[in-house]
Design a protein around this ligand. Structure first.
Ligand code: GLA
Length: 392
């Protein structure tokens, strides 16, 4: 039941073959960017909170070459379609839709004053789409890294992540926070990316104990953040902050939320309770990790999930079920903590467990989930991996 992660070099070589089959010559450049999983700190990156994701060893790969024309032609392993982009123009939202992520990133480079030379590119991926593992941020970061290679420049890592976030806002219509693009850009092997979303500063936190494994369980319920639920949650938090009368959620206490419960009204009061609680849970988790007290993560992850389910209302039946199964396996079965991860409304759960039990936990999660839903989930383990980079 525990799937293995395809080796990055295999994805690159597969993409290179795809490229030459489609375009009839060889790709000279290859860029890769990982997806992410978030251990704790959910839906608070746009609330000046703290988040603790890491880059997973699943990637989007963009390979390609300059083509000597004023156009970009982009294709992928998913379909035979070739999107053609006129690079003499400032990029705007257009058809096909999937190419908007690329247009958004190219536009970011154009806004920085760069003229993009014509190129052909081919995309391949080992990140399941719609699984809450940031395949879109990975696509943006891989494209940005590819363009760095093409232009022979290097943006600052933060600049690159912010450019990609802007592409997501303006071209995919998702008002996301900075977590996904930061994780994909700043990720390092054996490091969590603890982000202070108020200052925009990431801190790389060691996470290398081989006796711990992070399991990712994709419920296969496709999540879509552009359909309004995400934007509405963000709006609730903005309205809540305004009613409380502060300029940052970092300055709001649990007592202040309780005192204004009626004025805030439902559901904004519950959204507010989530934000304030999740910020303190994430800080507690960071402290626990620094103290090597990994057991403390269990109750924090549990409270995070319950809050996302009941107060923030971004979970769904299948995510709750996957979490319940892991909870039932429990500490005696090797589960340290479990919760939904990412934007929600479908997608994946993250389960921190003892490595020696990872196989049996994955088998039980898979079997029980399938028995209850008829859906075969996708379950794999991931260690923190290297962020967006060019390959030789
Ligand atoms: C999505 C967004 C992130 C973050 C998470 C929820 O992944 O892109 O910015 O808000 O949801 O934590």
């Amino acid at each position: 039941m525990l799937q293995s992660n395809p080796a990055l070099l295999d994805i690159v070589s597969h993409a290179k073959t795809g490229f030459s089959d489609r375009f009839g010559f060889n790709a000279t450049l290859a860029a890769a960017a990982p997806g992410r999983v978030n251990l704790i700190g959910e839906h608070i990156d746009y609330c000046d909170g703290f988040v603790m994701p890491f880059a997973i060893d699943r990637y989007i790969v963009v390979v390609g070459s300059a083509n000597g024309t004023p156009h970009a032609r982009v294709s992928s392993a998913i379909s035979d379609e070739i999107a053609t982009l006129d690079l003499t123009q400032l990029q705007e939202i257009s058809e096909p839709k999937w190419a908007n992520y690329l247009r958004g990133v190219i536009r970011g480079f154009q806004d920085l004053g760069h003229t993009i030379p014509g190129f052909d590119a081919y995309i391949d991926s080992s990140i399941p789409g719609g699984a809450g593992l940031s395949s879109s941020a990975a696509l943006e970061c891989a494209m940005a890294t590819f363009l760095e290679g093409l232009l022979e420049i290097q943006l600052g890592t933060k600049e690159k992540a912010l450019l990609c976030q802007k592409a997501e806002h303006d071209f995919a219509n998702v008002p996301c926070g900075i977590m996904d693009q930061y994780a994909s850009a700043f990720g390092e092997p054996n490091r969590l990316v603890l982000i202070d979303c108020q200052t925009g500063e990431p801190k790389l936190v060691p996470f290398e104990d081989p006796s711990l494994t992070v399991l990712i369980s994709n419920t296969m319920v496709h999540h879509e953040l552009s359909d309004g639920g995400y934007a509405l949650r963000r709006k609730h938090t903005e309205d809540g902050l305004e009613i409380i009368g502060k300029s940052s959620w970092r300055d709001v206490t649990e007592a202040e939320v309780r005192d204004r419960w009626e004025i805030l009204g439902d559901p904004i009061n519950r959204r507010a309770r989530h934000v304030v609680g999740e910020i303190s849970r994430t800080l507690a988790a960071a402290t626990a990790l620094a103290d090597n007290d990994v057991e403390a993560l269990g109750p924090l992850m549990a409270a995070s999930h319950d809050s996302l389910r009941d107060d923030f209302e971004v979970s769904c039946h299948e995510l709750d079920l996957m979490v319940e199964i892991a909870r039932k396996i429990g500490r005696s079965g090797g589960v340290i903590g479990t919760r939904m991860t990412g934007g929600g409304f479908g997608g994946s759960t993250v389960t921190l467990c003892e490595s020696k039990h990872a196989d049996s936990i994955a088998a039980m999660l898979g079997a029980e989930y399938e028995k209850a839903t008829g859906i075969t989930p996708q379950i794999f383990a991931s260690r923190p991996s290297r962020g967006a980079h060019l390959l030789e």
